[in-house]
Design a protein around this ligand. Structure first.
Ligand SMILES: *Cc1c(COP(=O)(O)O)cnc(C)c1O
Length: 386
């Protein structure tokens, strides 16, 4: 059997139409969008059309989109750009959550260690949902920025960003969301969202790696983290990667056009995985919210097995899955996110994430579930687990 990819939360293959649309900008239309001549104008027009397309699809046409190298850079720009460089004394405070992607979590740790910002964390429930009461009480003190992940990469939980955003807006505090996992699956209506800054990256929605964006409300004063030329409104210096940006806007358009149909397909497969695992594998538990979760996302912890052993065993059997976040390769410790939602450390080591995509079939899922059940049985008996 061919290898089966069930790790769409880590990355997705590039849509063939996206590849087609990118190719001319590597070759004939290679101009620098900042040049005045025709080569430059062609590139500049592709760049601005891509920007307009994405903003229009998000109903954010009157605000700004800064192109970046991906979700991680967008997250960095949002946090560091809002607190500024400071003067050596801590004057900024960021309120975030214990269930963020490392692009936010490690950036907050860094800013705290460098004494550039004070970091406060919101409470989450056992599904990883942010508790509103906790946000309200944290906002009783001065804050520069609130940053909350929209859809969780490890446990699939989807937060009510509109509601959390309203709480921030009513108190005049900037609100950022890491929407990197969300944008492929959720309809975005920026005008209704109460968000001031939003990060996304193309490779999570069948676009190329190494490109992303930060949507920024016009009223936000952002401090650039890359200085140099005046590209991207002087907020991110460096010649734009026109090919990748064209690819990203094409991929986003396809994602929006097919969203309803794709999500219906994904939910069926995801539910099959969750139902069969929980009913056929003893000592298995779903992580994340049972309903408020990404349509393609199933995540579990298993008693008496190590997640990494599962990933390796499944890989040998031809299935690509993850034991958490792809950013944790070679790090066998339990996930901070699972610990934050109250899963005991021992159990948290038995984590497995299965994320389906456009190209996943029912047959692949069926064979996968058989393989998983057998593998867990074997691993447990070899370790004397009863
Ligand atoms: C993948 C991911 C990122 C990082 O995006 P890159 O484009 O890989 O830098 C950030 N946040 C979340 C939630 C992600 O899933």
């Amino acid at each position: 059997m061919d290898k089966v990819y069930l790790d769409y939360a880590a990355t997705t293959p590039v849509d063939p139409l996206v590849v087609d649309r990118m190719l001319p900008y590597f070759a004939n239309d290679f101009g620098n969008p900042s040049s005045l001549h025709r080569f430059g104008q062609t590139a500049e027009s592709a760049l601005e059309q891509s920007r307009k397309k994405i903003l229009d699809l998000m109903n954010a046409g009157s605000d700004n989109l800064i192109f970046t190298s991906g979700g991680s850079e967008s997250d960095n720009l949002a946090l560091k750009g809002c607190i500024g460089w400071g003067d050596g004394s801590i004057s900024s405070r960021i309120i975030t959550t214990p269930v963020e992607h490392p692009a936010i979590a490690a950036t907050c740790d860094f800013l705290e260690k460098e004494r550039r910002a004070e970091i406060s964390k919101l409470r989450v429930d056992k599904y990883g949902c942010i508790e509103e009461e906790s946000l309200i009480s944290q906002l009783n003190q001065q804050a520069t920025l609130v940053s909350v992940i929209w859809a969780n990469n490890e446990i699939g939980t989807v937060n009510d960003i509109q509601k959390l955003g309203r709480i921030c807006r009513e108190r005049g505090v900037l609100f950022h969301t890491d929407a990197v996992q969300a944008v492929a699956y959720l309809d975005i209506d920026w005008q209704q969202l109460n968000v001031d800054l939003m990060s996304f990256g193309a490779h999570k929605f069948y676009g190329p790696k190494g490109v992303g964006g930060l949507v920024v409300r016009k009223s936000v004063r952002l401090i650039p983290q890359h200085t140099g030329g005046s590209q991207e409104n002087a907020l991110r210096a460096g010649t734009e990667n026109v090919s990748l940006i064209v690819g990203m806007s094409t991929a986003y358009e396809i994602a929006c056009q097919n969203r309803k149909k794709t999500n219906e397909h994904l939910v069926v497969l995801r539910n099959q995985i969750i139902e069969e695992v929980l009913s056929n594998i003893p000592g298995s538990h779903l992580t994340g919210h049972p309903e408020k979760r990404l349509p393609n996302h199933a995540s579990f912890v298993f008693e008496g097995v190590i997640g990494q052993d599962l990933v390796i065993g499944l890989d040998m059997a031809g299935f690509a899955v993850s034991s958490g976040s792809a950013c944790k390769v070679g790090n066998p410790s339990a996930s901070q996110i699972l610990l934050a939602i109250g899963i005991p450390e021992d159990l948290a080591r038995g984590a497995l994430r299965v994320t389906v995509g456009r190209y996943t079939t029912e047959k692949q899922v069926r064979i996968f579930l058989d393989t998983l059940r057998r593998l867990i049985k074997d691993l447990r008996s070899s370790q004397g687990y009863k």
